[in-house]
Design a protein around this ligand. Structure first.
Ligand SMILES: [Zn+2]
Length: 246
């Protein structure tokens, strides 16, 4: 983990690195701009406890132009994100890490797909990267009855519940307001969230509780490990296809 010394990391010699990726962006009137970063960091800590991998500090900033309109959302350009992530992955590969689990805590990082696909296409089977998008957790938690709202995209029941566990002092439940626009998510390429959701909330945060948040965080860590194992097993089992291991 990042609080170990290099010598301690040399001795434990993990083959897995864990890299949470968050965002600093508006999360409605009731949640702090650190929400995605804080959730990514917390899920990362829980995954580390389950896997004993080398946990990196959560990256705070990624891509979030869809949150433009209020002060406090900070982004980089998608090509910058691609190059930054690729540099980090290759520095891990150089040191002998064979597997990297990315925990994507912000749904709007569409550049993550080429980052992961290119790294695997170039370096499988010597090096494998799996991206676990926390959006997967919300849908599973709804199927399992942990969460109630089906239309959540941003700052709703799931994220608010998790923040009530991680940093309750930063959550202003008295300001939480529910809003689900009649707009497809794809329209975030044509206008910012604040055009469709006046308060910057796309979901039902008033349904949030700390009890739900604890269950969501637990399932997030478990699912990240399960899905990672499946993907790495698949990548390890591939045979050469003409010129390619990808
Ligand atoms: Zn968020």
């Amino acid at each position: 983990m990042y609080w170990n010394t290099a010598d301690e990391i040399m001795i434990s010699d993990p083959e897995l690195a864990i890299l949470p990726v968050g965002s600093i962006e508006q999360h409605g009137p009731h949640l702090p701009v650190m929400t995605d970063w804080a959730i990514g960091a917390e899920v990362g800590r829980r995954v580390q406890a389950l896997t004993k991998g080398f946990l990196l500090p959560a990256l705070p900033i990624s891509t979030c132009r869809e949150q433009m309109g209020k002060k406090g959302s900070v982004w980089m350009e998608p090509p910058t994100f691609y190059h930054m992530m690729t540099d980090i992955l290759l520095s891990l590969k150089t040191q002998g890490f064979r597997k990297v689990l990315i925990i994507q805590a912000h749904g709007g990082i569409f550049t993550m797909i080429p980052v992961v696909r290119d790294a695997n296409a170039k370096y499988n089977p010597d090096f494998m990267v799996f991206n676990f998008d926390l959006m997967m957790v919300s849908s599973t938690c709804r199927e399992e009855g942990i969460l109630e709202c089906s239309g959540e995209i941003h700052a709703g029941e799931g994220e608010t519940s998790q923040m009530l566990v991680i940093a309750p002092e930063t959550v202003h439940m008295e300001l939480a307001c529910d809003y689900i626009p009649d707009t497809p998510r794809s329209y975030l390429s044509y206008g910012a969230v604040l055009r469709f959701c006046p308060e910057g909330v796309w979901g039902t945060p008033t349904l949030a509780t700390a009890e739900k948040g604890e269950q969501v965080l637990k399932r997030a860590a478990e699912m990240a490990v399960e899905e990672m194992k499946k993907a790495f097993a698949f990548m390890e089992s591939k045979e050469k296809l003409n010129y390619s291991y990808f």
